[in-house]
Design a protein around this ligand. Structure first.
Ligand code: LLP
Length: 421
C-alpha cells in the first residue's frame, strides 16, 4: 500500500518512526490512542514560512486553535512566533506556555466582554473586531479601564477560498469580519473613538486553501483598502492576511511558502506595514500522527470490511465533520495483501469513522495503525463524548521524546460532579 510522504515519519527497518523514535515502542510504553508530534517538523515549517518572507517586515502568529498544547505553543514561541488566540481559554493557554501578552493577537467573531477586558488589561498586542457594535464595546471597556485599545478590524474580502464550505470564511455570506462594502466608512467612523487606536487591517478567508489565486485576489483587495484608509491620515501599521495555507493530506498540490511569497511580496512592498500571518494547519498538521490499535475486524454479508480501532471522532473529528481524508497506514510495514475497508471507531454514531472504503494492508487484532496528518485540529477538537478519556500527547525531538500531556483519567471525566452529588 502507499505510505504517506514525509521526512519526519519514515520507516526504518519496516518500523514507522517519528524522527528517530520507534512508534511501536511508544504504543507499548504509553498505550493507544496516542498523539505523537515531531518537534523538528514544527521548527522546520516555521522557518520555511519565516524565511520565505524574510525580505519584508513580517511576523508569524501561530494560530493556537490548531494545536494548543502548551509545549507546542512554546516550541513556536521559542522560534520567534507570536500566538493568535480565539478565546480567553486559548489566551490562558498561551500565557501558561510562557507567552508575553505583547506577542498575542486576540481574535474571534464573538468575544465576550470578559474576554475583551482580559485581553486589554493584560495588554495583548492587537485586539481584532468583527462588527461595528463590537468596536463600540471595545471602546467602552477600554475607557472603563482607562487604556487605549490597539485595534485591528477584520474585513471580509468576499473572495471564494475554494475550500470546504465549513472552513470557508471570506465570502460576504459568511459570519466573519466586516463586509468589505462598509469597511472604509467603518474605519473612518472608528478613528473618531476616544479609546481606540486603529492599528491594522485583518483578513482570514478560510482554511486548507490549496490554490494561490484566492490569496492573491483577497490580498490585492485588502491592499487597496489599506492604502485608501491610510490616505485619510489613519496611521495603520499592520496588515494581517490570516491563516489558511493548505497542506497535503491525500493528493492535493498545495503551494509552497516560497510561491506565496513570490506573489505577495510585490503587493506588500507597496504598503508601509508590518505583515502578519496566522497559520495553524501549515505549521502543525503533518507534524503529528494519531496512533491507534486494531480492536476487531469483520466482514458483512455484502462483503464490506470493517476495521474497528480504538480511536474515533472523539480524538479526530475531521472525517466525521468534513469528510476529510487522513491517510492510514500500519506502523509495522506488514507484508500482506491490500484490501478495502471502512476504518471505524467505538463511538455510537454511524458518522463515527476515520476512513471510508480505504485501500489498506490487511491488518488484524492488535496491529497498530498511524492516522497521518493529525497534528492540526486533532487533539484541539477532541471531546469526552461517550465517556472517552482524551489520549496522551508525545513530543519527539530526534531520538528523545517527552510526554507533553498525560492520558486523561476517569477523574477528568467527572470533574467536580461527585462532590456536587
Ligand atoms: N486565523 C483565524 C482568524 C482563523 O479563524 C483560523 C482558523 C486561523 C487563523 C488558522 O487557520 P489555518 O492556518 O489553520 O488554516 N477545524 C477545521 C479548521 C477550522 C479553521 C478555523 N479558523 C479543520 O479541521 O479543518
Amino acid at each position: 500500500m502507499k505510505h504517506f510522504k514525509s521526512d519526519y515519519f519514515t520507516y526504518i527497518d519496516d518500523q514507522l518512526h517519528c524522527e528517530k523514535v520507534n512508534l511501536s515502542q511508544l504504543t507499548e510504553e504509553f498505550g493507544t490512542p496516542l498523539f505523537v508530534y515531531s518537534k523538528n517538523f514544527f521548527i522546520d515549517r516555521f522557518k520555511e514560512l519565516d524565511d520565505a518572507f524574510k525580505l519584508i517586515n513580517h511576523k508569524i502568529y501561530f494560530a493556537s486553535k490548531a494545536n494548543f498544547n502548551l509545549s507546542v505553543i512554546k516550541t513556536f514561541y521559542e522560534q520567534g512566533s507570536g500566538v493568535d488566540v480565539n478565546s480567553a481559554g486559548e489566551f490562558y493557554r498561551a500565557i501558561k506556555a510562557g507567552v508575553n501578552p505583547k506577542d498575542i493577537l486576540l481574535t474571534g467573531v464573538g468575544k465576550t466582554d470578559e474576554e475583551i477586558a482580559l485581553g486589554l488589561e493584560k495588554g495583548v498586542f492587537v485586539i481584532k473586531a468583527e462588527s461595528l457594535e463590537e468596536v463600540y464595546v471595545i471602546n467602552d471597556i477600554a475607557e472603563e479601564l482607562n487604556i487605549i485599545a490597539p485595534l485591528a478590524i477584520r474585513v471580509n474580502p468576499d473572495v471564494d477560498a475554494q475550500t470546504h464550505p465549513y472552513i470557508s470564511t471570506g465570502l460576504a455570506e459568511n459570519k466573519f469580519g466586516i463586509d468589505s462594502v462598509y469597511a472604509y466608512d467603518m474605519f473612518v467612523e472608528c478613528s473618531k473613538l476616544s479609546n481606540i487606536e486603529l492599528v491594522g487591517i485583518d483578513m482570514h478567508i478560510g482554511s486548507q486553501i490549496t490554490k494561490i489565486e484566492p490569496f492573491i485576489e483577497a490580498t490585492l483587495k485588502m491592499a487597496e483598502l489599506f492604502k485608501k484608509i491610510k490616505a485619510t491620515g489613519i496611521p495603520l501599521k499592520h496588515f494581517d492576511i490570516g491563516g489558511g495555507i493548505g497542506v497535503l493530506y491525500n493528493d492535493e498540490t498545495p503551494f509552497s511558502p516560497k510561491e506565496l511569497a513570490e506573489k505577495l511580496i510585490p503587493i506588500f512592498m507597496q504598503l508601509d506595514a508590518q505583515i502578519m500571518f496566522e497559520p495553524g494547519r501549515f505549521l502543525t498538521a503533518n507534524g503529528g500522527v494519531l496512533l491507534t490499535n486494531v480492536l476487531y475486524t469483520k466482514t458483512n454479508s455484502v462483503g464490506k470490511n470493517f476495521i474497528v480501532v480504538d480511536s474515533s471522532m472523539t480524538e479526530l473529528l475531521r472525517p466525521s465533520l468534513y469528510k476529510s481524508y487522513h491517510h492510514v497506514q500500519p506502523i509495522e510495514n506488514i507484508d500482506n495483501i491490500d484490501f478495502e475497508a471502512d476504518i471505524v471507531g467505538p463511538v455510537c454514531e454511524t458518522g463515527d469513522y476515520i476512513a471510508k472504503q480505504r485501500e489498506i494492508t490487511m491488518v488484524g487484532r492488535g496491529d497498530k495503525l498511524a492516522i497521518m496528518s493529525a497534528g492540526a485540529y486533532g487533539m484541539a477538537m477532541s471531546s469526552n463524548y461517550n465517556g472517552r478519556r482524551r489520549p496522551a500527547e508525545i513530543l519527539v525531538d530526534g531520538s528523545e521524546y517527552k510526554v507533553i500531556r498525560s492520558r486523561e483519567t476517569f477523574r477528568h471525566l467527572i470533574f467536580d460532579e461527585e462532590a456536587l452529588l
